[in-house]
Design a binder for this molecule. Structure first.
Ligand SMILES: [Zn+2]
Ligand SMILES: [Zn+2]
Ligand SMILES: [Zn+2]
Length: 315
């Protein structure tokens, strides 16, 4: 289906509102504080400069010298000369402190977006990646689908691993639609829909095989494995059951959000190329000699005053 048509129909329907408790899209934005941050594992300014210059030289050596436009783009836009950069420390909500450089005249790190390492997705503005397991176990990474952007035909492969319950197996390749969807966090992901005739304006419908007995069974099974699940995954499955297993799902897991945390504090470490130190003040030999003489005279004056003091007291 052509993209404008999908957008038009979806707009006519009105997009959804995110109702996930504590979702990043409705949370108060984090206002990072400027403060001194711990220096553990932070490079010296010389090492940071050398590392940047080495990396820049390597990147530029791989760009065709005759391709002037690419050279300019890489050497000026993506990897500008070190003299144009400022060093920062940023602290994420999980406590990690990371080092960054950004353009001195550009926005500070908490106002900019960076690419996710595993893809070309941009993270949310002011968010950075943390890959440490267990650093943020209680946050939810399910997001509400706010918009359908378009679809393409795909074929789902056979899935018959022994460990799968019968209901989850697929014994023959099955045609389906891959819908590009925009989530409430702003990221675009793919949602697979097996009903080839389904359109966004149809909305989601409850599973035709849904019964209260089935819901009870699912709740029971969920309770059994609750302790081995993260809180957000457990709550997501509860919402699924409450929505009578709606199809297609109104929520999807966002991998771009999963390992990203907001910047909560920052520190400006100054230019990547430190300004030259002022030369030490050289004192002329004559000045040094005069200072020495003055010091001796002051000592002498002090001594004389002390001699004079008792004599004055007796008159
Ligand atoms: Zn949301
Ligand atoms: Zn972390
Ligand atoms: Zn996201």
């Amino acid at each position: 289906m052509p993209l404008p048509e999908v957008r038009e129909r979806w707009r006519a329907q009105g997009s959804r509102v995110c109702e996930i408790p504590g979702c990043v899209c409705t949370a108060e934005p984090v206002v990072p504080a400027e403060r001194k941050l711990p220096r553990v594992g932070i490079k010296s300014s010389e090492a940071a400069l050398a590392e940047y210059n080495d990396h820049r030289a390597k990147v530029l050596s791989e760009v065709d010298r005759n391709d002037f436009a690419s050279h300019l783009l890489m050497g000026d836009f993506y990897y500008p000369p070190a003299s144009k950069l400022t060093r920062w420390l940023v602290q994420l909500s999980c406590g990690d402190v990371k080092e960054e450089v950004s353009r001195s005249y550009g926005s500070p790190p908490y106002e900019s977006s960076v690419e996710r390492r595993a893809s070309s997705d941009m993270l949310r503005r002011g968010y950075r990646e943390c890959w440490e397991q267990g650093h943020d176990p209680d946050r939810t990474y399910y997001r509400t689908i706010l918009m359908y952007l378009g679809s393409e035909d795909i074929t789902l492969p056979v899935r018959d691993d022994d460990y799968l319950p019968e209901s989850m197996k697929r014994l023959t390749p099955t045609p389906a639609k891959a819908w590009k969807v925009r989530l409430c966090c702003g990221h675009v992901i793919t949602q697979t829909v097996e009903d080839l005739d389904w359109l966004p304006e149809m909305g989601t419908t409850e599973n035709s095989k849904w019964t209260e007995a089935r819901a009870e069974d699912q709740r029971g099974r969920l309770a059994e494995i609750k302790d081995s699940m993260s809180r957000w995954s457990y709550e997501y499955h509860l919402r699924r059951i409450a929505s009578k297993d709606h199809d297609p799902d109104v929520e999807e897991f966002c991998m771009s959000c999963e390992y990203s945390r907001p910047i909560v504090a920052y520190e400006n470490l100054g230019p990547l190329v430190p300004p030259p130190k002022p030369p030490p003040v050289k004192r002329s030999p004559r000045k040094a000699a005069l200072e020495k003489r003055l010091f001796a005279l002051e000592l002498e004056a002090q001594r004389l005053r002390e001699q004079l003091a008792p004599a004055e007291g007796t008159t």
